[in-house]
Ligand binder design. Structure first.
Ligand code: SF4
Ligand code: SF4
Length: 388
């Protein structure tokens, strides 16, 4: 499944030592998108073919209050150009209250994502010397509060490189185990970012960086340990690492990403507000073509939460493997949408070849027939958004 991050604001009151948005960084320009600017960014993302976004904003109660986030979610869902539509908005904002999580739920967000950064308390407090994020317990218990507020899809992650990977790996699994035991639902996703270079940030300062080989083992072990979870890798990693990660169990990747505020409507790179260097700088079309060539179906599916498959319902379908009855036809139908509406001619030709091959592999004859019918409709009309 493909997605893109959308940076709304880099105002931040925290002092995270590994992030260029920390409050003391005076080099970086501060920027917060207006609703009009968000609309323009969303249209640029839709014109690439994206259907699923993860919004990002620093923690700043004055500049980025919850009302701003809620209004932005509404703007994103209501922006439509041609056949474009953002169908799922995942939200990556600072730990907040149960009441605010309930408001996010009401705004129909997809997954609430919050990286722990590090599970080691002493390191956590040292790496977050100032601001509300300094409070380890408030941050670590955020997912419990999110679930109490009604959000049943939450996304975990650590920033590998800050602490010993063995500690983080154990912490991550214990967090997943805790959520399952206490709330009945484990993490919807787990992300595996590594510390990267950015304005004023030198990854070599953090002495726990992990080589690619260990990184790949971590991905494989998370895949085995939490088989029901979606696993995410971003454009922090380059093509080679992403190729290996996909083989080992990554199920969601970003493509054509900009990690700056307003980056999708700016032509020149790098942008002065980038949160980290983008290693995979290929366009979404290039990423889609690369996936097709390596026999992964580029999917733009967002069906589950809109069909009510969230939380424990989603997890039981994943654990039994039944979810693939939905993922596979949805992947092919949303790929067809992408190919008709946005892809380059060479990507479209490769993609339709893949669709033909993959349709034959759908085991259930009725599902196969429905999917084929919808794909024909997509080719011949403006009808969109069929889903299982
Ligand atoms: Fe702010 Fe998040 Fe960056 Fe920390 S990681 S400085 S909270 S934007
Ligand atoms: Fe994800 Fe659900 Fe779509 Fe499968 S059917 S790709 S799990 S949204």
């Amino acid at each position: 499944v493909l997605f893109a991050p959308l940076y709304l604001s880099n105002y931040c009151v925290n002092g995270c030592l590994y992030c260029p948005y920390h409050a003391k960084n005076k080099n970086i320009p501060r920027k917060k998108l207006t609703q009009e600017e968000i609309r323009a960014e969303v249209m640029a993302l839709q014109d690439m073919g994206h259907k699923r976004l993860a919004i990002e904003a620093g923690e700043d109660p004055a500049n980025n209050p919850i009302e701003y986030i809620l209004e932005s979610v509404k703007t994103i869902y209501s922006t439509k150009r041609k056949n474009g539509a953002i169908r799922r908005v995942n939200v990556n904002i600072a730990a907040t209250t149960v009441e605010n999580y309930a408001r996010l739920k009401e705004a129909e967000i997809g997954t609430y994502i919050l990286f722990q950064e590090t599970y080691n308390r002493a390191s956590y407090e040292r790496l977050h010397p100032t601001g509300p994020k300094h409070n380890y317990a408030w941050h670590t218990q955020a997912m419990d509060r999110a679930m109490d507020g009604g959000i049943d899809d939450v996304g975990l992650g650590v920033l590998f490189g800050l602490e010993s990977y063995r500690y983080e790996f154990a912490g991550l699994l214990m967090h997943a185990e805790h959520l399952e035991a206490a709330k009945g639902v484990g993490p919807h996703t787990i992300s595996v970012p590594r510390v990267k270079k950015a304005d004023g940030i030198d990854p070599d300062v953090f002495d726990n960086s992990i080589p690619d080989q260990i990184f790949e083992k971590i991905i494989a072990c998370i895949r085995i340990a939490v088989p029901y979870t979606g696993m995410i890798i971003s454009t922090r990693e380059g093509e080679t690492v992403r190729a290996a990660a996909l083989r080992l169990g990554i199920s969601q990747i970003s493509g054509g990403s900009r990690t700056s505020v307003g980056g999708y409507t700016q032509k020149e790179r790098p942008h002065d507000t980038e949160q980290f260097d983008v290693h995979d700088q290929r366009s979404l079309d290039e990423v889609a073509m690369w996936l097709i060539k390596s026999k992964h179906i580029p999917s733009f599916c967002t069906a589950c939460y809109r069909a009510g498959r969230t939380g424990d319902r989603f997890m039981s379908l994943c654990k039994s493997g039944q979810i693939s009855n939905c993922c596979q036809p949805n992947a092919l139908m949303t790929l067809a949408e992408y190919l008709v509406d946005y892809a380059s001619p060479s990507c479209a030709s490769l993609g339709f070849g893949m669709i033909e091959d993959e349709l034959k592999k759908i085991p259930n004859a009725k599902v196969r027939q429905i999917a084929r019918g919808h794909i024909e409709e997509i080719k011949n009309s403006n009808a969109r958004d069929f889903r299982f």
